[in-house]
Structure formats: C-alpha cells, structure tokens
Design a protein around this ligand. Structure first.
Ligand SMILES: [Zn+2]
Length: 311
C-alpha cells in the first residue's frame, strides 16, 4: 500500500470506530453517554480490545479515565499524552471527543510496533461535558489533582453522588488522588472536531488552536413597569423587554468592532410574558469570549455600561 492509501484507510477506520462507539448509548437511537454510565463501560471494553494488541498497557483510574500506555525505547516515564473525552452531551454526534481518542489510537497503530524515544499515553477522559453532575471536566480535574471532596459530593438528578457513581462502577474514590498525573509529561495533544463553521467555510481539513479563549457568563435583569398593552400610551411606558432588546443590539454592534471577540445574548425572558402586557421585567444572559483576558474584561465593562445607560 502506498503511504497515502494507508493514511486514507486509517482515517476511514478511525471514523468507522467513532460510528461503532456511537452505539454505546443511554438513549438509543440518540447518542448520550454520561460519566461512568453503563454504556461507558462497554465503550471502555471496546477501546481496550482495539489497543491491547498494539502492545499498550490499559488501565482505568479512579475517576474513570481510560489510559493506554505505549512504552518508548526508554520505558514509560517520559511520555506524550494524546487524548480527548469519551462522554457526550445528550443527542450528540458521533465524533465530539471520541475522534480525538480514535486518532490517538491510529497514530500508535501507524508506528507498527516501532518505539519512539518517549512513551505515548492515550487518554480517554471520563467526563468533560458536565451533563450528569452539572460540573464539567471531572476526568481532567482528577489528572491535575483537583477532583476535591466538594466536587465528589455533587449529586446527579437521581441523587447519586460522584463518589457513589465511582464506587458503583467498581472503582475506588479513595484512589482519586493517585490518578494525579505523575512526572514526566512532555506535552499534551488533543484532536477535536471543530465546533464552528470556519474550517468548513474555508474548505480547510485541519486547523491548529493557538489559544483557548477565556469566558465570562453573566445574567442581567432589566426592571421596568408591567402595564396594560391597550391603555398605556407609548410615551408613558417603561418596557423592560424593549430595553433588553436594545441592549442586545448594542452588544452585537460593540462586539463586531473588536477583532476576535464573540459576545452572545442567548436568552431573553420577559415577565409576565403575555401578549397584552408590557414586560415589567426582562432577564437577559450574556456570554463573552476572547483569547485575551484584558480585551474580554474591557468589553464586559463596556457591555455593563451600555446596559446601565439603556436602563
Ligand atoms: Zn468535545
């Protein structure tokens, strides 16, 4: 096989594997696989079947992260981590997270048993999306030693705590600290599907992430006076919904002026929320992101000012 043909067949296989893992779901035919749910166990077993024959040592740590270790010429101390998350949001696609783990496996396969001067540790994180417990990054927090007691006592909608979930999966919460990454990490590489339209729009197959954007989330309450839609003249109104709407437009206008900034008013909720009543109150959400914290903070202050002015 030529090298290109070999790459193509590996790519096809990675995609096919994502599709087959999509069958492990709590909510068929939709894909939903949350932290340490039953389908996660099946997912772990399947991945293990794929990677053991490659000469990888497979373990699951106390936070439910799957690790596959491919030793280098000098053992396993100095190692490159490659991974992504194995959990999904409800009604997910087949590739979010999973693809990053499947490509890591493909890379190890492409070595065909050849050893590098360093080891490769493939990691399938148990949790990134925050679906089950409302807290994201449970898996990666454990690797940096920050899956603390408070987080472990969070409960899901069935009142099961993180700790209990770990126990019933057959793992030991007492070993969570031991899941912290040991020394010798050379770097971390993650492949992830693009969760936006830019690459597709530019017809590019791959992009390199240069920064991870910080994020500010806020909630605003615009307060007006609720009144009758028929008998309150326009000049005598204090309409909270209209103020919030005006502000949402101001946010959009200001955000467009700043390169790389994204700002979103994603929810407006008017009260009392009736066709024939002027809104007395309107709740609005704001999500602001930029790779520079200083730019983001400045913009958030500007959005606060315009909210006050419009109010
Ligand atoms: Zn993801």
């Amino acid at each position: 096989m030529t090298q290109i043909a070999e790459h193509l067949s590996r790519a096809k296989e990675a995609v096919a594997r994502c599709q087959s893992l999509a069958l492990f779901t709590e909510d068929p035919p939709r894909i939903r696989r949350t932290f340490l749910s039953l389908p996660m166990r099946a997912c772990h077993r399947q991945i293990e079947d794929w990677i053991r024959p490659l000469g990888m040592n497979v373990t699951v740590d106390a936070a439910g992260n799957l690790h596959g270790l491919y030793p280098g010429t000098n053992g396993t101390d100095r190692r490159l981590l490659i991974g992504s998350h194995l959990d999904t949001v409800p009604d997910a696609g087949a590739y979010d997270g999973i693809l990053g783990v499947m490509l890591a496996i493909s890379l190890v396969e492409s070595l065909k048993g050849r050893r590098l001067p360093f080891a490769i540790e493939v990691i399938g994180f148990s949790e990134e999306e925050g679906v089950r417990f409302g807290v994201p990054f449970i898996g990666s927090r454990a690797l940096v030693g920050r899956l603390d007691e408070e987080l472990q006592s969070q409960r899901d909608s069935n009142s099961v705590s993180v700790q209990e979930a770990i126990q019933s999966y057959g793992l030991k919460p007492s070993e969570i600290l031991a899941a912290t990454l040991r020394e010798g990490v050379l770097g971390y590489l993650e492949f992830h599907i693009e969760q936006g339209p830019v690459l597709e729009h530019r017809e590019l197959p791959l992009g390199v992430v240069e920064a991870i954007a910080g994020q500010t989330r806020m909630e605003f309450i615009f307060t007006g006076v609720a009144n009758h839609a028929g008998t309150t003249p326009m000049a005598l109104r204090r309409d909270a919904l209209v103020a919030a709407a005006e502000w949402a437009l101001a946010v959009e206008r200001e955000a467009r002026e700043i390169s790389g900034l994204v700002a979103t008013v994603g929810a407006l909720e008017a009260k009392p929320g009736a066709t024939n009543v002027i809104a007395g109150e309107c709740r609005a959400t704001l999500d602001v992101r930029h790779e520079s914290d200083a730019t983001r903070t400045r913009s958030v202050s500007a959005f606060l000012r315009s909210a006050t002015e419009i109010g």
